[in-house]
Design a protein around this ligand. Structure first.
Ligand code: AMP
Length: 327
């Protein structure tokens, strides 16, 4: 299968990104043709600083590699380095209904949190750019967390609409969403998803120190019930801790709950902090090695750019030709 996914370089990625998306990528890269991009054109739709964005782009590349994405197996590249993404966005925008974009949950949530002057047209177009990312590679499956499902569905419906209107051009992609880990919740507010930008204290990121990890986990919001039980509906805080723990141990959340029966929240949190620290530490030291070799990172990204561009250019040319545009 052809697989495509990406993450915005807006700060170190967290355990939610890992369990919701990247863990799937690592499995998929073994037997599929995978493209993983650093979505810097998406990152500029919300307030950002230029120098920081440049650094975060290399930082995310270093994290991709430290987590085990392998440039010999997968194509790793930076979205802005393949100009076809911006051009394809324009073509697709002309078949995208305004109404559908205004119904996008992520757009509504993000624009609710921003000041009116910060809500730009790029934020509104975000899903069209994402559809361009996906469709340029004739992608069949898109491994993402639950929050991105609606965007992948838009990409699918745009592919079908384009094909109907102009003739067979794109494959229609599907999302691949993990069962239990599709939405890791904030440790501080289990009604929201874990997000570094919303509340760093509610997240465990791959660049946190062991003290920060321990602090954030120990202060995680749970409930006042004493019995340990996996009940995501009624006890989302505890369920979230059990999901994170069980994912690291490769067991089910129910099995994790069994394991902790009779123990206090304090001891679950202690055990979870230890597991997280042990999991994150080697990735962090690998990251430190990569970040010291910017030239090597650049070489990998340039090779990725070339591989991606060859395919993207072919699909763009095909779409232009079908639309009657002189390319
Ligand atoms: P972002 O950081 O928003 O660019 O997200 C990158 C990827 O991580 C996407 O596939 C998201 O669906 C996934 N993701 C982000 N936050 C979470 C979360 N709290 N739980 C599960 N998956 C997530």
């Amino acid at each position: 299968m052809i697989i495509f996914s990406g993450i915005r370089p807006t700060g170190p990625i967290h355990i939610g990104n890992y369990l919701g998306a990247i863990r799937n990528w690592l499995e998929l890269q073994k037997n599929n043709q995978c493209f993983f991009c650093i979505a810097n054109l998406h990152a500029i739709t919300t307030p950002f600083k230029s120098e920081q964005l440049r650094q975060e782009t290399f930082g995310l590349a270093a994290l991709y590699l430290s987590l085990g994405l392998d440039p010999h197996q997968s194509t790793l590249f930076v979205q802005s380095q393949v100009k076809e993404h911006a051009e394809m966005t324009w073509l697709l925008s002309t078949i995208t209904p305004m109404g559908e974009l205004s119904r996008m949950t992520q757009y509504k949530e993000k624009s609710d949190r921003l000041k009116a002057s910060q809500i730009n047209a790029g934020l509104f177009y975000y899903p069209v750019l994402m559809a361009a990312d996906i469709l340029l590679y004739q992608t069949e499956a898109v491994p993402v967390g639950e929050d991105q499902q609606q965007h992948v569905e838009l990409a699918r419906s745009l592919a079908q609409k384009f094909n109907r209107q102009f003739g067979a051009t794109f494959k229609a992609p599907k999302s691949l969403i993990p069962k239990n880990q599709a939405r890791i919740r904030s440790l501080r507010d289990p009604s929201r998803k874990m997000s570094k930008t919303d509340d760093p204290r509610g997240a465990v990121s791959f660049l946190d120190s062991p003290e920060e990890i321990k602090n954030n986990v120990m202060r995680a919001v749970t409930d006042s019930d004493r019995q340990i039980k996996y009940d995501p509906q009624r006890r989302p805080g505890l369920a979230n801790l059990l999901i994170i723990y069980s994912s690291l141990e490769n067991i089910s959340p129910q099995e994790a709950a069994q394991q902790f029966v009779g123990q206090s929240y304090q001891s679950i949190k202690e055990e979870l902090s230890q597991k997280l620290i042990a999991f994150i530490e080697p990735i962090q030291s690998e990251y430190q090695q990569w970040i010291k070799q910017p030239q090597k990172l650049e070489e990998i990204l340039t090779a990725g750019q070339e591989q991606a561009q060859t395919i993207a250019a072919q699909t763009l040319a095909k779409a232009q030709q079908k639309m009657g545009l002189l390319g």
